[in-house]
Design a protein around this ligand. Structure first.
Ligand SMILES: [Zn+2]
Ligand SMILES: [Zn+2]
Length: 118
């Protein structure tokens, strides 16, 4: 009987320790997930609405020497994907994961995206 009580006491003492040690592990796993997705940075479509140049890059492209004069004005159209969208105002064609951002159409105002494929 004494032995059983000792066992229960041991379990009781150990269990908060398990709880405590398992919590930071979960946190660490989550932060690893965040940093790994940060490392495989998502490639985005960038469009300069001054010269209509389109670039696929994870980071904002360099803004120097826009053929339209001065600096490029890059708009982040969103994540690169498999779906093809065409703007019927500026004829820009992008492969995007979701409907691209509609701001700053080089033809003026907002893009009018039409889904072409996928
Ligand atoms: Zn430009
Ligand atoms: Zn457009």
């Amino acid at each position: 009987m004494k032995r059983v009580l000792l066992l229960i006491l041991c379990l009781f003492l150990l269990s908060p320790g398990i709880m405590k040690s398992s919590l930071p592990t979960v946190d660490a796993a989550e932060s690893v997930e965040v940093s790994s997705s940060f490392l495989q940075a998502t490639v985005k479509n960038w469009l300069c609405h001054k010269c209509s140049t389109k670039v696929q890059s994870a980071q904002r492209p360099s803004s120097i020497h826009c053929p339209g004069g001065g600096h490029h004005q890059w708009t982040n159209l969103g994540e690169v994907g498999e779906t093809v969208y065409l703007c019927d105002k500026c004829s820009t064609k992008v492969k995007s994961k979701n409907r691209p951002s509609s701001i700053h159409c080089p033809a003026g105002g907002h893009h009018r995206w039409n889904r072409l494929a996928n």
